[in-house]
Design a protein around this ligand. Sequence first.
Ligand SMILES: Nc1ncnc2c1ncn2[C@@H]1O[C@H](COP(=O)(O)OP(=O)(O)OP(=O)(O)O)[C@@H](O)[C@H]1O
Length: 912
Amino acid sequence: MPAPRPSESAEAARAAAQQAEFNEKKWVWVPDEKDGYLAGWVSKEEGDFGEFRTVPLYALSKMNPPKFDRVEDIADLTFLNEASVVNNLRLRFGSGAIYTYSGLFLVAINPYQTLPLYSDAIIQQYRNKRRDENPPHIFAVAERAWVNMGEERENQSILITGESGAGKTESTKKVIQYLAAIATDVHPSHSRSPTIVSTTTMPNSGLPRSDSFRRGHALSSSVSSGIGSHLTARGRLGLLERQILQANPILEAFGNAQTQRNNNSSRFGKFVRITFAPDGSIAGANIDWYLLEKSRVVFRSEAERSFHVFYQLMAGSGALKESLLLGGGIEDYEYLNKSRREVDGVDDKEEWSALKGALDTVGFTPAEQFDLFRIVAAILHIGNITITSTRADDAVMPDPSQAERVCHLLGIPVPEFTRAVLRPRTLAGREWVSQARTKQQAIVELGALCKTLYEKSFGALVDKINLALDRPSSKSTFIGVLDIAGFEIFEINAYEQLLINYTNEKLQQFFNHHMFVLEQEEYAREGIKWEYVNFGLDLQPTIDLIEASGSVIGILSCLDEECIMPRATDLTFTNKLHGLWVGQDTEPRHPGRDKYEPTRFDQGFIIQHYAAKVEYRTDGWLEKNKDPLNDNLTRVLAASSDRYVASLFAEYAEAPATPVGPGGAGNIFTAGKKRAMKKGAFRTVAQRHKEQLSSLMSQLQATQPHFVRCIVPNSNKKPGRVDIPLVLDQLRCNGVLEGIRIARLGYPNRLPFVEFRQRYEVLTPGIIPRGYMDGREACRRMVKSLELDEAIYKIGTSKIFFKAGVLAELEERRDMLLFEIFSRLQAIARMWTARRQMKKVLNRAVAIRTIQRNARVYGELREWPWWQLYTKVRTYTVPTVPYLVIHITDRSVHYWPRPATTMSSGRRKQSW
Ligand SMILES: Nc1ncnc2c1ncn2[C@@H]1O[C@H](COP(=O)(O)OP(=O)(O)OP(=O)(O)O)[C@@H](O)[C@H]1O
């Protein structure tokens, strides 16, 4: 066995010292408001401790022995409690390990600094390795998904959630980076085009590019995608892989914004599916998106920005801005100048170049790029339209030039646009009548137009990306990465939070169910009879409460109903909800009733989610749920002379109608007949989201899932700091603690028979006979001898399963026994060395005494006249100054030369 390195022995000594200290006391975690949990030990279980903290026993959580410190999988902790979980994460984070497994989850804590964890060398380290062969890492999750996909020919999904700024997008990028790199390795000749640095690879269709652009591109592809800088394999990537990677900066430009929590916050959720050919090479990609925060184009807090693309465009090329009629700077646009304009450390000009490069790479033609920017510019111009009111409080546009710019860009006639905004026609009975808008109504209408324009253009952008990347084939399989906002609890929770939390409730249900299925499978495989509760069903009442329709009317269905009721308001909606969920009990009583409460003071309600109780305020819900645009405007836009704009509103396009009224033939305001809307045009936000979510869930259900939970360590974006209560909150919200709770109800700790025997046989000496013995039988004998209660363990066919905490007890017994054995061994060893030492000392004493005696004898002899005479008369003699070499053995003392030795003749004459 190699000798331990100094660091190892130091580490072992430290561990032993810690263990010894730990053994001395009964250590526990004490809840603390500020720090979450504090370490303490029980000094007495009763009594008054004066300055000591007195805590009821039930509030304490047991502490794991130090050997469990920094375990890579939280599920290995024998005491599975919140404090131990968070302590383990903190210890690991403190030593630079940002990733930790927690059963089926990978927990990733945002380091807020660049760590050398994503290089090509690290990619290689994770290639073809099992999860337990490497430290926890997002690459290990991607590798597992990849291997499962190849081996089982089953689609995979990686679900990444967390709150804003937790690192979801970064993790998504790392997964794609890994997959792109290994897929290229699988098929090195796969490149469908030369390398990225080659100028010829740029599609010819792009806008004119200069050298400086290419420099910017190379730089910014690493800045904005966070991928390029690591991917030395980048040079080997084929066009498709590069297109997939370059789709990201485009999505970020249009879908991300600077917020107080995150300078590059994704304001939408996405599910990116990377498809692979049977040989493992990338065959295509597809992106689905959810819940874009479109209201950001119109309004946001002062400390935040709108979507990046607005600022990038304003920093971009002069010629393009000219053709979009964008004179001046950010300060000249109402939708930009009311809030923050720059992001620290980000150069919008550079990002603009990156965006253009990415659009080129993905394959947007100049005309298609122009269309995208046209919508962005039109929104800025709409924001500058001034609306005033007449004495009669009717809205007017005093300066038509601004509206003209908008109409020019959108390809619509100015009079029809202004009429649709200021005096739209509505159906009054069977007649169409024009109704003047107030100033406020017109402003809201313009805002709604901007939001719709942006959202539709975003949708078209993603469709176009999908068209470029998506090459499905019947033989391909995919790995889908879901990057979606986690559970949100703010001071004031609105409709958006309900939709997010509803999504998370569904995803958590999916996780619980998946965990249940896996556990059941494992128990079945091991032949263990145990009814594991399906915790997926736990969340069903809350989900029903939100989404049910039909005989049970959930919150979203109720909202939809109210949206089509005349004279309905947010208050009538709220009261109706209370009536449905709090009012008289119906039989059978729906369990969702236990999850619902009306708020005490404000207009709203409270839902008991799996993560926490959340209070929602219902102001503005009806408006938010409806398609916010009046159909006059949508029809104007659907009839735009510009193909792109018309296509965005195609679902509102009018069927040929009999021309009546003053507009004459073709005038869209003249439609007296019911409009022939395409299917789906009238869907509310709730309906759309429910549909999207249900499609997502059915896709996920058809995959083998992997779960990543991202955590914000502190609210100041500071590296190295951990705010424990903040982390605990997130662990609660993102289901890690829920997963642990479920695990605890089963048999979370499990060991293969061999391992169990190796580790604990010492506790049962003489129980297992020498020679071969069946592992199961050996375990059975051992647990019997250990006197374990049958309820706390189960013996399977290859593993033994334990309830939480049992292993700690066994460990403690083992530690005590080993402590005793080693103490005895140490005592014997010490005795042996001490005796040896003693013997040496005694031998030395004997030797010294012998030397002294001989020396004395010799001294006396020298003075003895007869000896002197003898030495004089002797021809050959020993030297006058004798020397002695004494060799001391354990038993005797030898002298050299022996005193009576005579030197050989002729060697040396004695000089007299
Ligand atoms: N693994 C990591 N290594 C280094 N920095 C990271 C890592 N993960 C996150 N960060 C930092 O945190 C910032 C926020 O991360 P990210 O944008 O991925 O959060 P998010 O969860 O997607 O947030 P949002 O929901 O607001 O989009 C990143 O811009 C980056 O600076």
